[in-house]
Design a binder for this molecule. Structure first.
Ligand code: UGA
Length: 429
């Protein structure tokens, strides 16, 4: 018998959480304040690209386990558990802005059932469980921290097959009740205090970003000494203490989480009197990486891109998502355009008709070959699988000169060289 659950916020985290909990057999009502979003979701029209999510939303709506409502009230009334999944954007000083979460908590406080449990999934600074408790103003309601570790693009998989479930609670009874919601999952369960749970989230994201900046720095060394970073990572990854995951060199890390969370962790440390210098290095390496990739393109174009057409494949911050937030690709495109390049871009998740402001000044194409027409260099910036299988003879014919900067080390170098391409990757000759 499932539990009655309300979910506040239908962004990536809220929607995935709601749909997966319904799939696990719970009775879930998801609320949002945007009428159009609720209207679309209610007819199983999922507004984000997320593998498996369409199916789960449709399944939940069909079975009646999942519903969408406008405004928190309809999700909270009657709920034994209420998940807070609202955004915590970066404030002006780098710290996380808690306005949304405080507003949501203040709104639902008077509406909650007695003895309900509020579960916070938003990424919040250490100590925010207390902030939520205060905003709720309910002595009978426990607040539990339950951070999410969902990667966009594989969020459904990550929810249903987690490496761990972390529950931060002062009240052991509440922790046990929340643990019961995840009984269907085969994962280690860690019960800890709220401050530790909140720290686990920040420490994990910052560590992952550190791994990527580390490998990008190693890639720079590889280029200088004539080593191949792919082989270096393979050799490092065999060591179980290191592991090969999250050591793919690339154009730098991006997305809506890493930059925000690493800066928030830096602020938390600073406020606690600790200068977390390592994190500053991680951010610097990342910003240098954008520049290093832009430089590669400029060099391949002969040292100047003023008036030069550059083709770009991949605009999203990584493959299998349509999310453009903090995309390294857009950062690199911005740098190329600032030097006078004309950018023609193709991304399987970004249609030509897209009116997103972040794409202003980029000529969009619905066809990867058309995006290459007359281009002096092609920059591959997102690791969409389909790029590997394109017809490179056709690409070469379309381009003014067959030169590629492969910022994801995605393409088959030997095959391209055979076809007469000049190819430059990351961290390899
Ligand atoms: C990240 C974390 O991986 C999730 O565990 C976490 O829950 C989520 O943030 C969050 O805080 O909500 P996400 O931002 O969706 O997930 O994307 P990742 O798959 O982590 O990739 C982040 C960036 O790192 C992307 O730009 C990606 O291209 C880059 N990356 C990743 C690399 O350059 N190399 C790698 O080896 C891995």
């Amino acid at each position: 018998m499932g539990s009655r659950i309300g979910v506040i916020g239908t962004g990536y985290v809220g929607l995935t959480t709601g749909a997966c909990l319904a799939h696990l057999g719970h009775q879930v009502v998801c609320a949002d304040v945007v009428p159009e979003r609720i209207e679309r979701l209610s007819r199983a029209d999922v507004p984000i690209l997320e593998a498996g999510l369409d199916e789960l939303v449709a399944e939940g709506l069909r079975s009646g386990q999942l519903r969408f409502v406008l405004g928190a009230e309809g999700a909270v009334a009657d709920a034994e558990f209420v998940y807070l999944c609202v955004q915590t954007p970066q404030g002006a000083d780098g710290s996380a802005d808690l306005t949304f979460i405080q507003t949501a908590a203040a709104e639902i406080g008077p509406l909650l059932e007695s003895e309900a449990i509020v579960i916070n999934k938003s990424t919040v600074p250490v100590g925010s469980t207390r902030v939520v408790e205060q905003a709720l103003g309910r002595a009978d309601v426990s607040v539990v921290s339950n951070p999410e570790f969902l990667r966009e693009g594989s969020a459904v998989h990550d929810f249903l097959h987690p490496d761990r479930v972390v529950i931060g609670a002062d009240d052991q009874g509440a922790a046990i009740r929340v643990a019961g919601l995840y009984l269907g999952l085969a994962a280690p369960l860690q019960v800890t205090d709220p401050a530790s749970a909140e720290t686990i989230k920040y420490a994990s994201n910052a560590f992952l970003a550190t791994k990527i900046s580390y490998v990008n720095a190693i890639a720079a060394v590889c280029e200088a000494v004539g080593a191949d970073v792919n082989d270096v990572v393979l050799g490092m990854g065999y060591d179980k203490r290191i592991g090969e995951a999250f050591l793919r060199p690339g154009p730098g890390w991006g997305g809506s989480c890493f930059g925000k969370d690493i800066r928030a962790l830096g602020r938390i440390a600073e406020e606690a009197g600790y200068d977390f210098d390592l994190l500053k290095g991680v951010i610097n390496v990342n910003e240098e990486q954008f520049e290093r990739v832009a430089e590669k393109v400029v060099r391949r174009a002969g040292g100047d891109v003023e008036g030069v057409t550059v083709a770009v494949w991949g605009l999203t911050f990584k493959a299998r998502t349509d999310d453009l937030r903090d995309s390294p690709s857009l950062e690199i495109v911005r740098r190329l355009r600032a030097r006078g390049a004309r950018v023609q871009a193709y991304d399987p998740a970004v249609p030509r008709s897209s009116e997103d402001d972040r794409l202003t000044g980029i000529e969009l194409f619905d066809d990867p070959y058309a995006a290459c027409a007359g281009a002096s260099v092609l920059a591959v910036l997102t690791e969409w699988d389909e790029f590997k299988w394109l017809d490179f003879d056709k690409v070469g014919e379309a381009m003014a000169s067959p030169r590629v900067v492969d910022a994801r080390n995605l393409l088959d170098r030997a095959a391209l060289v055979r076809r007469g391409f000049e190819l430059e990757g990351i961290g390899r000759a």
